[in-house]
Design a protein around this ligand. Structure first.
Ligand code: SDX
Length: 431
């Protein structure tokens, strides 16, 4: 009997099957159950995919118990400290850090694709001014499919590459415009002379009637937020992009689906929910009341920004963001920012509570990102949009990896049917 197999026995029939165990370069191996249904006439059952690997990937590795996160093998802490967002984008897309020539060419190429088709600006006008910016993002990114008929053949590697650059370059513009539209200010066009993050801040906050000075503190803080949110293995929105893309849908439509999935408060919508929760708690004295609610199985209230499907240790991104939040507030002379103090107090109290210790609930990436974004003037309803701007490179990289695989096929899970058995139609008079 080979030692890299799992033997499954159906005790109803005595039938046994040796299933191969596949090992990766890091982390848990997998059992290849592709033949399982054919051999046993049974489906595997794993709602929420807690024990299911959906694909092979070389992009991001997470060790949830040790709190490790690697982009193409590089620790997130080193990239957040020493790299730039566009350099991380190059790394995620290509698998290696760029040399100077490759870096400069990549930055130039992205900066030359930042404008959106002028016709797209009319789409914004169809939204109510108070529409949530994520609702606008879902629509505008999907609408890119209507403008790039020259690069939608996903079997063509060049089309995939062009779509990737266009998506990466245009997502900050689309995001900034969703904010400008919501505040009734004119759209600010991208400036190729500015860096990726500076360009975004300028499109967000500059106005035609005044000079806008880009804060280097805000730019560096936002750069770290983008780097830390860029990719995260097969999370809900990335899995959505992969599933949508597996049907052959164009990348803009697939990423629009990913944006929709990210919006949920259990996922990317948590950073906005954290800020709203901190404001709802209001004072440090009221924290125990909310901790009590979070522990009450009959109360749907959850401590937003805490817990994670994979991390059963401190989310390494939260550690970096916690320090970045402290540094930004100090640099801005707001070391005693009430929201940050509230977040620190909530974190301390929660981490001392048996419930959170036993269930291994630690702060996740969303817990501090809202504090940083709030400190640099990003409005709360734009937090998840910023997450989408960052994660776009992750979605694109994972989509490219999937489509480039020779044996990729449409994703089509099965089910455990528990509905009505077959029955005959009854006419109205018989019911
Ligand atoms: C992101 O997947 C990713 O990688 C996502 C992400 C990425 O980069 O893409 O990391 C980004 O989405 C981070 C997570 C942001 N979401 C939140 O902060 C929302 C609050 N967190 C929870 O909703 C929850 O922790 C989840 C959704 C994040 C994880 O849920 P799981 O893995 O399904 O865990 P669970 O719901 O089964 O919880 C296990 C137990 C439960 O208690 P029991 O049923 O065992 O009694 O822990 C409890 C939960 O009730 N629990 C919480 C809690 N999170 C879990 N109790 C109170 N407050 C919480 N926040």
């Amino acid at each position: 009997m080979a030692n890299n197999t799992l033997t499954i026995r159906d005790n109803r029939t005595g039938k046994e099957l040796e299933i191969p165990i596949l090992e990766g370069s890091e982390g848990p191996g997998v059992v290849d159950i592709a033949k399982f249904y054919k051999e046993f006439g049974l489906f595997t059952f794993d709602p929420g995919f807690r024990s299911t690997a959906s694909c092979r990937s070389r992009i991001t590795f997470i060790d949830g118990d040790e709190g490790i996160l690697l982009y193409r093998g590089y620790p997130i802490e080193q990239l957040a400290e020493q790299s730039s967002f566009l350099e991380v984008c190059y790394l995620l897309l290509n698998g290696e850090l760029p040399n100077k020539t490759q870096h400069d060419e990549f930055v130039k190429l992205v900066s030359e694709h930042t404008m959106v088709h002028e016709q797209m600006l009319f789409f914004y006008r169809g939204y109510r001014r108070d529409a949530h910016p994520m609702a606008i993002m879902v629509g505008m990114v999907g609408a890119l499919s209507a403008f790039f008929h020259d690069s939608l053949d996903i079997q063509n590697p060049r089309h995939r590459e062009v779509s990737a650059f266009r998506m990466l370059a245009k997502i900050p513009t689309i995001a900034a415009y969703s904010y400008k539209y919501s505040v009734g200010q004119p759209f600010v066009y991208p400036q190729n002379r500015l860096g990726y993050v500076e360009n975004f801040l300028n499109m967000m906050f500059s106005v035609p009637c005044d000079d806008y000075k880009i804060s280097s503190v805000a730019a560096r803080a936002l750069e770290q937020v983008l780097i830390l949110h860029a990719d995260h293995e097969q999370n809900a929105s990335t899995s959505t992009v992969r599933l949508a893309g597996s049907s052959g849908a164009n990348p803009f439509a697939a990423i629009s689906a990913g944006i929709g999935a990210l919006w949920g408060p259990a996922h990317g919508g948590a950073n906005e929910a954290v800020l709203l929760m901190l404001e709802q708690i209001g004072t440090v004295e009221r924290i125990p009341e909310f901790i009590k609610r979070a522990k009450d199985p009959d109360d749907p209230f959850r401590l937003m920004g805490f817990g994670h499907r994979v991390y059963k240790n401190y989310d390494p991104r939260a550690k970096v963001l916690r320090k970045a939040a402290h540094d930004v507030l100090e640099d801005l002379g707001r070391g005693d920012d009430p929201l940050f103090k509230m977040a620190l107090a909530l974190e301390r109290i929660a981490l001392e509570d048996d419930y959170f210790i036993k269930k291994k609930l630690y702060p996740n990436v969303d817990f501090y990102s809202g504090v940083i974004q709030s400190a640099i003037g990003i409005p709360t309803n734009m937090f998840t949009v910023i997450f989408a701007v960052a994660r776009t490179i992750g979605w694109i990289s994972q989509w490219m990896e999937m489509i480039s695989e020779e044996d990729h096929s449409i994703g089509r899970p099965r089910q455990l049917y528990i509905g009505a058995k077959q029955r005959n139609y009854l006419s109205l008079s018989q019911r």
